[in-house]
Each structure stands twice: as C-alpha cells, then as structure tokens.
Design a protein. Structure first.
Length: 289
C-alpha cells in the first residue's frame, strides 16, 4: 500500500506528524509525511548538519496544504541508521533508495544547501524519477563555498541563542528579527523531536560539500544532464554558498528560473517563507510550456 494513503495525513503538521520508518539496503530511514494522499510527492533534502526538525514548519506545512510533502533523514542522520557518506554521489544513491522504498515512481525534489548538491546528482543520474527540481542556497559542482570559515564566524557569536541566527541571516535588524521568528517556529515541536547531528554526521558531510565544490566541472556536466524544469533560489548575501552559484546554475541548466531574495543569507527561504512558498507552488503547479 502506498504510504500516502494512511488516514489523517491531511491534518498532520511538521510539529505533530509522527516520525515513521522504512527499511531497506541495510538502512532504516526516519521520515515524516504530510499533506494529501494524491499528487506528485515533494521530497525535501536537508542542509549540512540538519535533520527533520531543522526544517521551518512555516515552509513545510504551507507546501503540504495541496501536495504530499516528505521530510526525511538520509543515511546516518538523525534517527536514520547507517553511515553518513563523505561524498555527494553516495548520499544521492541513499536518497534514491529511500524514495524507491516508499514506492514512488515520480517525485519533485527540494534540495537545500548540501541537499541541493544531492538533488543535482540524483536528477542527473535518475532523471526518470524526478519531475521538477528546486535548488535553494546551493552550488553546482565546482562552485564556490566557504563552509568552514562561515561556521567559525557563526560560532564566534557566543551571544547568539543559536548559531543559525548569524549563519542563516544577515546582520540587519529585519533579517535578525526574521531569524528569531524562524527559531521559534523550529523549536515549536516539543515531543518526539529528531536527534541532533554529531561529528559522525557533520565531518563526512563537510567533506562531501567541500569536495563537491572543489571538484572542477568547467563543462557543467551535471547541470547539462538535467533537463527537468528547475527553480533556483538564493539569498542576496549568502556567505556560505554565495549567490554567484545560483546564477551559474541558472545559466548552466537548460530550463531554469532564478529567484534572489534581498537582504538575506543562507536561510532566505525561511526569512521570506511566504514568498518562497508562493514561488514554489507557482513553479510546481505550472503546466509544461
């Protein structure tokens, strides 16, 4: 039975949905599933060090109003078993395994940061599985990244209630206020929260992201292999994966749209969550030209 047919999935939210599990290829994947029982599922691929509860409920719940949405922990992350790979290609294979275990033959992908690298690899290698692609705050292979420097800077702000405040948002009053509102939403779930990531996750993930960007791809081989409609999104002042990456992906992809949000950093989709949801819904609902 398709797991989307489970009753009461329509009323679940990211804060209230039970964490479920599916097992295969030696990995027990943790996931939450929201939204209606019909339509093309939107699978969310998370950022470096993030788990299911690092997603913004304002984004996930709004997207799930009219489509199935699935947030999951890839291998080794959060409550999923297995070992976190140190390369994007293996992460992509694990994500494809998860989707196939759920029995889906066609999905949309929303890849954020490291998840966006994974989404590109998946789409280039398994094009028949992917209908549309959303790439947020990410980079093409060979792109520009400043992961370690930005993390060092973020963690130097010991006054910040959460490192994501300086990491994902600019120093403007408006962006910082949006960041604090984001943190309130992220911590709204009190029961059955996902397991935070330790070095067994972050060390290989850091290697994977840095290696992805350090691997030259002057011919944009991966981007050229992607023919699906793509929506590329970035913040104007993303210090981790700068917005120049978004423009490079927009130019390298054959069928892409580009959205840049002002006065925003790596967490632009959370700062402008209403605009972001609207842009994603319009993109996903659009009929082929």
């Amino acid at each position: 039975m398709n797991p989307l047919s489970t009753a009461n999935r329509e009323v679940a939210t990211l804060e209230t949905a039970p964490t479920r599990y599916v097992e295969g290829s030696g990995i027990r994947f943790a996931y939450r599933q929201l939204g209606p029982s019909t339509g093309t599922p939107l699978v969310l691929l998370q950022h470096f060090s993030g788990n299911i509860d690092a997603w913004d409920p304002a984004v996930v719940n709004a997207l799930a109003l009219d489509r199935p949405v699935i947030a999951f922990d890839n291998a080794g992350v959060g409550r999923s078993t297995g070992q976190t790979p140190d390369n994007v290609a293996a992460m992509a294979r694990d994500a494809v395994t998860f989707i196939e275990l759920l029995g889906f033959s066609k999905v949309d992908l929303l890849g954020y940061s490291l998840g966006g690298c994974v989404a590109q690899q998946m789409t280039a290698e398994h094009g028949q599985l992917i209908r549309k692609l959303i790439l947020v705050g990410t980079a093409p292979q060979g792109g520009e990244e400043h992961l370690l420097a930005v993390l060092k800077e973020a963690f130097s702000h010991t006054e910040a209630p959460d490192p994501r405040l300086p990491l994902f948002f600019t120093q403007s009053a408006a962006s910082q206020a949006a960041g604090k509102a984001f943190l309130n939403r992220v911590y709204a779930r009190k029961q059955d929260r996902d397991t935070d990531s330790g070095s067994a996750v972050t060390d290989p993930q850091a290697k994977a992201l840095i290696s992805w960007c350090a691997t030259p791809d002057p011919e944009h081989t991966i981007l050229r292999a992607i023919t699906q409609p793509a929506l590329v999104v970035s913040g104007s002042d993303d210090t981790m994966l700068p917005a120049d990456n978004a423009y490079a992906m927009f130019k390298g992809l054959s069928n892409a749209q580009l959205v840049l949000y002002p006065d925003s950093g790596h967490g632009s989709l959370f700062q402008y969550h209403e605009f972001f949801v609207s842009h994603v819904q319009t993109f996903l609902d659009a009929k082929p030209a």
